[in-house]
Design a protein around this ligand. Sequence first.
Ligand SMILES: Nc1ncnc2c1ncn2[C@@H]1O[C@H](COP(=O)(O)OP(=O)(O)O)[C@@H](O)[C@H]1O
Ligand SMILES: [Mg+2]
Length: 255
Amino acid sequence: MSDTLLLEAHGVAKTFGRVRAVRNVSLRLCEGQSLAIVGESGSGKSTLLSILAGQLKPDVGSIRYLSQEGWVHLEALEERHRRKLARTEWGFVRQHAQATLRPRVSAGGHVGERLMGQGARHYGQIRARAQEWMARVEMDPSRVDHLPSTFSGGMQQRLQLISNLITHPRLVLLDEPTTGLDVSVQARLLDLLRGLQADLGLAMILVTHDLGVARLLADQVMVMLSGEVVEQGLTDQVFDDPQHAYTQQLVASIL
Ligand SMILES: Nc1ncnc2c1ncn2[C@@H]1O[C@H](COP(=O)(O)OP(=O)(O)O)[C@@H](O)[C@H]1O
Ligand SMILES: [Mg+2]
């Protein structure tokens, strides 16, 4: 882990009509660090994540990201530039793999897509890399040509994960990546994710309502309530000695 700053948000806020979804949020993330954003449903986690990915413009505040070409301001980023970063430097993993996997594109097609986005052209090599990554997350590589709908929910989520990680992105954003899966499927996926995180030295921002997931994967935790950050700190510290009444309640509920 380094202490090179990768992403910094300052005073970010977003309102939808009368709903103040995110209010005055600031955060910093260094290379190789992982941050979990936790809080109950509706607390503004996904909105914040979209803002941090440059997908949604905040009403106020700034977000800067250290790209390979230097600092860029995400609140003012052109769509074309954002798409390029999304393809080459970031990963974005959503809760529902079905929403991101296309029904007529094979497993290998999904995994190979980002390699092609980075200029890979040799079909045999792309296919071999896709199979290698499938094996890495305990998917059967002989199913490389199968369509997404033939895989279980947990396997589809693995597919979404490796499609994002195969190009070694600098920053991966995950929105409830294991929510809705069976508990045993979740546990295995979390193990695999933890292994990849360590192997690849990923910087990660993970949104979850599950404190157990945050504890397993994140160095730092940010607790949100009604759009506001009520507590922020090192994961161990927040779990061992929660300061805010809401965090205390959350921590007590998983003991
Ligand atoms: N596109 C949108 N239009 C209107 N309201 C929205 C939109 N996105 C989110 N909200 C509202 O903002 C609040 C925060 O939502 P969200 O960020 O999805 O929370 P979480 O991910 O923590 O469940 C909620 O009250 C939600 O209804
Ligand atoms: Mg959400």
